[in-house]
Ligand binder design. Structure first.
Ligand code: AHR
Length: 334
């Protein structure tokens, strides 16, 4: 066993002074707890992420983007799938607070009911980043920023395209709408944007509108009901590709030709949706990009370092017709 080294009094004093200076220096660099959260400053950022679920192709691509970007950025990711339940998300966020992660990020399944848990995160000095979907909290200090799409705009783009297509229609155009899950920001906002846009032509009428929960099964089931109850359906507006894809099965089973007998407009532009558009089964897609991972990790680093970030960061998106989908498909990553 080696001999223990002892220090003389002047050396001990110098060592204490040096460590005080070192700790002070690190804190002054803003690397410590300035961004809130983390207990230990080991230079590593830990993010707790609560995902909505795995309801759609969009969501799967979003989860992959977040996991890959975290690994790339050297951020330790704690990931929880809430299975489309708000109570699961609240539980996951509380766990992250208890674990003293450095940053919490989440995509809220619904818009309302977050104030209490967000306040708990704020009191624990853990910054929160909203990603993909926002919350309706009046107190904007409960989160640092919201990164995601403008869902109202997506609905509007879908509606404006339809207005243009049907501008010569002389009689009523019957529209059915497949909404996302009740209370979700993209369901509320896409409905709003679409409704506002089609108001430009009084011939365009939404004759039925029901939630299909953003899933293929939901889209199929609700479309079957729509078809049974309504002999004349001219247009389907589905709040995402997956519900549109489910609806295709119901439409075909009812002996109708999707894309011809019924014009189909969706949102997302995931590969399967783009394929349906290229094949002429869908007619138009407003894009919603799931590739939020790299921007999210960048924001996490900034808020952890105590830097100011813009309160709202909007994702850049486009729209697709059949011709554009054919062109884009070979390079579509998700
Ligand atoms: O919040 C984004 C929406 O959620 C996507 O449009 C949909 O596919 C997903 O489930």
């Amino acid at each position: 066993m080696g001999k223990m080294r002892t220090q003389s009094a002047p050396w001990r004093a110098a060592a204490v002074l040096a460590s005080v200076l070192l700790v002070g220096g690190v804190a002054a660099c803003g690397n410590s707890d300035t961004g809130g959260g983390g207990t230990k400053d080991d230079g590593k950022i830990t993010m707790g992420f609560s995902q909505v679920g795995a309801e759609s192709g969009w969501r799967t691509a979003n989860t992959t983007s977040i996991k890959e970007a975290a690994a790339e950025a050297g951020i330790e990711l704690k990931f929880d799938d809430a299975q489309q339940k708000q109570e699961n998300q609240i539980k996951a966020i509380r766990n992250y607070i208890q674990q003293k992660v450095d940053v919490i990020a989440f995509s809220p399944v619904v818009e309302s009911g977050w104030d209490t848990v967000l306040k708990e995160a704020k009191d624990a000095d853990i910054p929160v980043i909203l990603t993909d979907r926002s919350v309706d909290s009046a107190d904007k200090s409960l989160y640092k920023t919201f990164l995601g799409s403008d869902f109202v705009k997506e609905g509007k783009l879908a509606g404006e395209w339809l207005v243009e297509q049907k501008k010569t229609a002389s009689g009523p155009v019957n529209i059915v709408e497949l909404q996302g899950n009740t209370g979700a920001a993209p369901a509320n906002d896409r409905k709003k944007g679409f409704g506002e846009a089609i108001a430009a032509n009084p011939n365009l009428k939404i004759i039925a509108s029901q939630p299909g929960d953003f899933t293929r099964a939901g889209g199929k089931q609700v479309m079957e009901q729509f078809l049974k109850a309504n002999p004349k359906i001219d247009v389907l507006f589905a709040h995402n590709d997956d519900m549109g894809l489910g609806a295709l099965e119901a439409i075909t089973a009812a002996g109708k030709v999707p894309g011809k007998d019924i014009t189909i407009i969706t949102v997302d532009a995931v590969k399967d949706g783009m394929q349906a558009l290229a094949d002429g089964k869908f007619n138009f897609i407003a894009e919603c990009s799931p590739l939020l991972g790299p921007q999210l990790m960048d924001l996490a680093k900034k808020v952890h370092a105590g830097e100011e970030v813009p309160p709202r960061i909007e994702t850049e998106e486009t729209t697709f017709t059949t011709e554009q989908a054919k062109e884009a498909l070979p390079n579509r990553k998700y």
